[in-house]
Write a protein that binds this ligand. Structure first.
Ligand code: NAD
Length: 248
């Protein structure tokens, strides 16, 4: 599986799944633009071969458009940024809902609007280009307690993915999404630490994974690299679950 001669941009790449994906894509031969809102965290990727970093807040339309104008055309775009709202619909005020929608789904619309013209140029000249969107098993696939806003917005990612895939299928631009299970990342560790009983919270997260363990970021990166590579050239419009059997 190679990403030689591919230029790939990843959002939310300073830690967690995005960072691991940036490192894996670069190791597979891609030129990677690793972007994140957090400049300080992002700096640790500055010295990695094949990675160039750019500060980018995916909720900022002007910044997204400016970056698209500055960078060369992309072969791959991984929209990874997202946020978990904790609570039922009763704890979901308008501001929290709007923030979840903005970061989890509108950011992908914004990124695609800005970068699809370049992806289409590469698809025409190279015969292939690929978009990967971050969804979750907590989406149209399965409901989880205290994940109403999260599940609704991650389900919207599936619809967005299928719409984009349908629009550009004849032009060799593919679009898929990935649905991880419970992944051990700084975000998850933060949710565990904030729980009233962190030890029990960690046990509960593990208990919902039938393999009896959390996913690591390395459980995901082979699939992420595959979906951005030409090895998946006949796959488009799909939700690919990498959830350790949660949705069996
Ligand atoms: P993480 O907290 O470890 O990393 C998130 C990154 O997003 C941080 O570097 C942060 O600075 C960046 N970020 C936040 N707001 C941003 C913005 N406006 N613009 C650009 N970057 C921004 O998170 P993670 O757990 O690796 O999650 C990454 C993605 O994977 C999210 O979309 C999440 O919903 C999804 N996901 C995570 C899990 C899990 O269990 N960890 C499971 C399924 C899906």
């Amino acid at each position: 599986m190679t990403l030689q001669n591919k230029t790939i941009l990843i959002t939310a790449a300073a830690q967690g799944i995005g960072e691991a994906s940036a490192r894996a894509c670069a190791a597979a031969g891609a030129k990677v633009y690793a972007t994140d809102i957090n400049a300080e965290l992002l700096a640790k990727l500055d010295d990695v071969d094949g990675i160039e970093t750019r500060v980018l807040d995916v909720t900022d339309t002007e910044a997204v458009n400016a970056l698209a104008a500055e960078l060369p055309d992309l072969d791959g775009l991984f929209n990874c940024a997202g946020v978990v709202h904790h609570g039922t619909v009763l704890e979901l005020d308008d501001a929290a809902w709007d923030f979840s929608v903005n970061l989890n789904i509108t950011s992908m619309v914004r990124m695609c609007r800005a970068f699809v013209p370049g992806l289409l140029r590469r698809a025409e000249s190279q015969g292939a280009a690929s978009i990967l969107n971050m969804s979750s098993m907590a989406s149209s696939e399965k409901g989880f307690i205290n994940r109403t806003a999260y599940g609704a917005t991650k389900a919207a990612v599936v619809g967005l993915t299928k719409g984009i895939a349908a629009d550009f299928v004849a032009q060799n631009l593919r679009c898929n999404c990935i649905g991880p299970g419970t992944v051990d990342t700084p975000a998850l560790q933060g949710r565990i630490a904030e729980a009233p009983d962190p030890v029990q919270a960690e046990k509960d997260f593990i208990a919902r994974q039938p393999m009896g363990r959390l996913s690591t970021v390395d459980d995901l990166t082979p699939t992420i690299v595959h979906l951005l590579s030409d090895g998946s050239s006949f796959m488009t419009g799909q939700m690919v679950l990498v959830d350790g059997g949660c949705t069996i």
